[in-house]
Design a binder for this molecule. Structure first.
Ligand SMILES: Cc1ncc(COP(=O)(O)O)c(C=O)c1O
Length: 415
């Protein structure tokens, strides 16, 4: 937690996001951040500049091309530092779903019939389907099921599934429905004792603070950059010693040139370069709040994460408390955020109304939200919730305000 007295300055934060002044967006409280966040001006500026000045094939010697390539490399390097990885461990792909599918395709060559893969029924389908599909090559799929009472994954259940045949454990860092933060460090330790690797889905975790992938101990970790204030891309981290042994899925002559061997083709250039804007945004928030020179990028991230967590607790806990205490609403997951044990991604159902009716009531109060299964349909199924109507999900990030929380609570009262 934030041990200094510094509080997140919301006026400053929101002044960095042009959407808050946009005629279409400005009267809305945005509670659909788990679907995709707004972008700060730094990202938009980077994208604009790239398109105007450097939208040419990168890595040639003329300045427009050289700058394009330099910016793409710099963005990769900065993101590597932000999550405590090296730039040869970072792959930028079109989406998390694509990243995980491409990864499963590469990993299948190291599996033999009878090898076991553990998937959960809490994850978004993006981290389930690519692994279940490997039954086609004889892999045995085992499901780590949530406790239907709490919607949570329990470590003891995993311990009972792990054995010497387990090769892969695919698990979410934080569910996009339940919100609970799973203990990836512990999960990785248990899996590694059986020589299995861990694939962590960080999509619902990363928008609330970029993690240290080495500390988590995972072998692969992926998150969607369009939910962490960037364009529609996703990052995949992979441990170098594993990446370099994966088969080449790119052009033949690129053999041995990992990490470029993982994706069959390159990233979207302008969007990759615009990721520099995410770092510039974080730096501007850092400089606004802290009067100190820090050159270590990860240290900066740690301090920003503390500020963000404290603010997110403040805006999310009253909503959790309200839903929990309201007899006609069913809250999914923990009823309080304490020390980052939960993301401010809050799903619930109504005892007498459909999720669509409830979400429409919220929308009529200018609260941007939706009802859906959010592709976590196995999770909803196991909780006995219709995957057509789904849950109502209100998801916040650090730029949401206390006023917006009040507005949501007032709208919920109309139910
Ligand atoms: C937890 C989680 N994992 C994976 C995904 C898939 O991400 P993408 O849209 O980048 O494929 C999502 C998307 O909503 C998600 O919420």
């Amino acid at each position: 937690m934030n041990i200094s007295n510094t509080k997140l300055d919301l006026d400053f934060v929101r002044s960095q996001f042009p959407s808050f002044n946009d005629p279409l967006c400005k009267n809305w409280s945005f509670f659909e951040n788990a679907g995709g966040s707004y972008v700060p001006k730094q990202v938009i500026d980077r994208l604009n500049t790239f398109m105007i000045s450097t939208k040419v094939q990168p890595y040639a010697e003329y300045p427009m091309s050289k700058i394009a390539g330099d910016n793409m490399d710099q963005a990769t390097e900065l993101f590597a530092k932000m999550i405590n990885a090296t730039n040869t461990e970072i792959i930028i792909g079109g989406s998390t779903s694509i990243n995980l599918y491409v990864l499963s395709n590469a990993l299948k060559y190291s599996l033999k019939p009878g090898d076991e893969i553990i998937v959960t029924n809490q994850d978004h389908e993006a981290n389930i389907s690519p692994w279940r599909r490997l039954s086609e090559i004889g892999a045995i799929i085992k499901e780590w099921k949530i406790n239907p009472e709490t919607a949570e994954l329990e470590i003891e259940t995993l311990e009972n599934l792990l054995n010497d045949k387990t090769k892969i454990v695919a698990v979410t860092h934080c569910s996009n429905i339940v919100g609970t933060v799973n203990n990836l460090k512990k999960i990785s330790k248990l899996a590694h004792e059986k020589n299995a690797i861990v694939i962590g889905d960080g999509v619902s975790y990363a928008p609330h603070g970029f993690p240290d992938v080495k500390e988590l101990g995972v072998d692969f970790y992926t998150f969607s950059l369009y939910k962490t204030y960037g364009p529609h891309l996703a990052l995949l981290y992979g441990k170098e010693e594993i990446l370099k042994n994966l088969p080449n899925q790119n052009h033949k002559f690129l053999e041995g040139n990992y990490p470029y061997t993982i994706n069959p083709g390159g990233p979207n250039h302008e969007e990759l370069a615009s990721l520099l804007g995410i770092y510039e945004y974080i730096s501007s928030v850092f400089n606004h709040h802290f009067n100190e020179e820090i050159t270590d990028i990860r240290q900066k991230i740690i301090k920003i994460n503390e500020l963000i967590s404290e603010h997110e607790e403040k805006i999310a806990n009253p909503i959790l408390e309200y839903i929990k205490s309201n007899k006609i609403l069913n809250l999914i997951g923990k009823d309080r955020i304490i020390n980052k044990n939960r993301a401010p991604t809050i799903s619930f159902t109504h005892k007498h109304k459909t999720s669509k009716e409830v979400s429409n009531t919220l929308i009529s109060n200018n609260i941007a939200t939706r009802n859906d299964n959010f592709y976590a349909w196995r999770c909803l199924n196991s909780l006995g919730i219709s995957t057509d109507d789904g849950v109502i999900r209100v998801s916040m990030v650090h730029y949401n305000t206390v006023d917006e929380t009040q507005k949501l609570l007032k709208a919920l009262e109309q139910l």
